[in-house]
Design a protein around this ligand. Structure first.
Ligand code: OXD
Ligand code: MN
Length: 587
């Protein structure tokens, strides 16, 4: 399959250590994948779903103790602890390798070792980075075939190069006490043991495309971000691209696949999805910031996805998709999850595989149940999805869930102020989660669990990127779809109507609309946000969610100061200065 000496040596070492019964070199061919799907059905790892209703689709169940990413057991194993910083777990590389070696010794006995070549980004693109993942899971192989460009062509692209990311996954016994997701940035290596859940074992995604790639981006002068990428097409056919970062449960996939309100559709507006989770951004030959989505599919949360909230996502899951931990409708061998529709199946199994009575108040699907769907299935996938050059970014948008503090939208004064706005990003916990409601959780640039090095160095890198971009830098904004009224109801309708805000953002990028300067940045004049044909929503209501409450922001300062305090000496002077400016402006 390959003559690359560094790959052959690494595979031989792992083979000797893991002692598989068989070794299978994955080439990405449909014939090989089909044989693996059949094998997965035979072993019970997969259930083939109704071929007529859900062609090429499978149901998978992870172990009951293994249903989400495990941030507490995720480690950055940099040489020095200070390089991981205060927001990551750290383990010394020597100690981590010894621990992982002990856990994985002989772990593939009686199993097959699959060797997966994959590319993050279109193969051959200047953005592309290559990886090889070794796994003992068929689920991982067929999921990586959806989420990445998995192909033997990666070996051709690599030639003899040693520049590839080593990924090792061992299911072991799915023992949560021995579960570790370890990253070794200095060795371009990721090792994941004792899990079979996607977010912990599809190593191309968070582990490579964010934690390792953020390190590479810092060294090589680019950005690896937890951002969606979308294109807004104007009636004249011109398309402008936006990259946006939100913490989880803030509607990233919904925004990425937005359906324009009827008013906009009639005028000829369209929205195109380039990516829903990760953006790699580089300065292009024209000096602007260009982005690709390094992934090839969507690993989306199923519950809440329906024909109203996100028809494009739902349609994306109707063929060649893997569903994990959703309910199984035994009558027609399809799947169901909470709020998919109002007809939960009567004859069904829940996500655990137990007989499920939909009237007993228990959940059919796990709240973190997922679909793994090819991006090409999405009705609004961008024609630039495979573009080797990526798409030029006009605006970067940060956002969070804030009941009162943040206005619907505001623009930073410049790049450095924008980096400050990203660094203080926060979201409030909701009643849906356990714990106190309304607690502010800081999640800078939505990268808290994904930045693979010291967060303050990451901010310094952002500031550096701004210097290189100069006046070609995208404009930076903050949005908040989640302002509530006195009864706690959301004020802004959200979903497709968010395009009304994106339109203002893009007009600002082109200098086509004025704004009001406030202590926190530029806020729209209410008449500049189009609320035509918006039911039950008047101008006064709009004005209320554009307000900046000085007292709330003054109390916000204490939280920012406390958060910044964690970063000590490493906190960039520029961010201290920005905090000083905000403090002064608030008076
Ligand atoms: C996440 C995800 O947890 O994309 O952010 O799965
Ligand atoms: Mn994500």
């Amino acid at each position: 399959m390959t003559k690359n000496p560094s790959i052959l040596k690494w595979v031989e070492e792992k083979k000797a250590w893991l002692q598989p019964d068989q070794v299978m070199w994955i080439d990405g061919s449909e014939a090989q994948l089909e044989a693996l799907r059949a094998e997965g059905c035979r072993t019970g790892e997969l259930i083939k779903l109704n071929e007529e209703k859900l062609p090429g689709c499978y149901l998978h169940r992870s172990a009951l103790n293994d249903v989400a990413r495990v941030e507490g057991r995720t480690f950055i194993c940099s040489e020095k602890e200070e390089d991981a910083g205060p927001t990551n777990n750290w383990m010394a590389p020597k100690e981590a390798y010894a621990l992982l070696d002990e856990i994985s010794k002989g772990a593939y006995k009686g199993r097959t070792m699959y060797i997966i070549p994959y590319s993050m980004g279109p193969i051959g693109s200047p953005f592309a980075k290559y990886g090889v993942e070794i796994t003992d899971s068929i689920y991982v192989v067929i999921s990586m075939a959806i989420m990445t460009r998995m192909s033997a062509k990666v070996y051709d692209a690599l030639g003899d190069s040693e520049d590839w990311i080593r990924g090792l996954h061992c299911k072991c016994d799915i023992d949560e006490e021995k579960r570790y997701i370890c990253h070794f940035p200095q060795d371009n290596t990721i090792i994941s043991v004792n899990s079979g859940y996607g977010g912990n074992v599809l190593l191309g995604k968070k582990c490579f495309a964010l934690r390792i790639a953020s390190n590479l981006g810092r060294q090589e002068g680019w950005l690896a971000e937890h951002m969606l990428i979308l294109g807004v097409e104007y009636p004249d056919g011109e398309i402008k691209y936006i990259a946006a970062a939100f913490p989880s449960a803030c509607g990233k996939t919904n925004l990425a696949m937005l359906i324009p309100p009827e008013l906009y559709q009639k005028k000829g507006f369209k929205v195109w999805c380039v990516g829903d989770d990760i953006a790699w951004m580089r300065i292009g030959p024209d000096g602007r910031l260009w982005a690709v989505n390094p992934e090839n599919g969507f690993f989306g949360v199923a519950p809440g996805t329906n024909m109203k909230s996100n028809p494009n996502a739902l349609i994306s899951t109707q063929k060649n998709t893997i569903f994990t931990n959703v309910a199984h409708n035994l009558d027609d061998n399809t799947v169901w999850w909470e709020s998919m529709d109002k007809n939960p199946p009567k004859n069904a199994e829940n996500w655990k595989g137990e007989k499920w009575d939909c009237t007993d108040g228990s959940k059919g699907a796990h709240p973190n149940s997922r679909f793994t769907a090819p991006a090409k299935n999405c009705p609004c996938v961008s024609s630039e999805f495979d573009s080797a050059a990526g798409v030029p970014i006009s605006a970067i948008v940060f956002g969070g869930r804030r009941a009162k503090t943040a206005p619907l939208v505001y623009q930073s004064r410049d790049w450095n102020h924008g980096v400050f706005v990203g660094s203080i990003m926060a979201s409030e916990t909701t009643a849906a989660a356990t714990g106190a409601v309304g607690v502010v959780r800081r999640d800078p640039m939505a990268m808290l669990p994904f930045c693979g090095y010291h967060m303050a160095d990451y901010w310094a890198h952002w500031l550096e990127m701004g210097k290189k971009l100069g006046d070609k830098a995208p404009k930076i904004f903050n949005v908040n779809w989640f302002r509530t009224d006195d009864e706690g109801h959301f004020v802004w309708p959200g979903f497709g109507d968010n395009l009304r805000v994106l339109e203002w953002i893009l007009k600002r990028c082109e200098g086509k609309v004025d704004a009001k300067e406030t202590a926190i940045g530029y806020v729209p004049n209410a008449e500049d946000i189009n609320i035509d044909e918006l039911a039950d929503f008047d101008f006064e209501t709009l004005k209320s969610i554009l307000e900046v409450d000085r007292d709330l922001w003054k109390s916000e300062l204490a939280g920012i100061n406390e958060f910044y305090g964690k970063f000590g000496e490493k906190l960039p002077e520029e961010l201290k200065k920005q905090l000083g400016i905000l403090t002064e402006k608030l008076g």
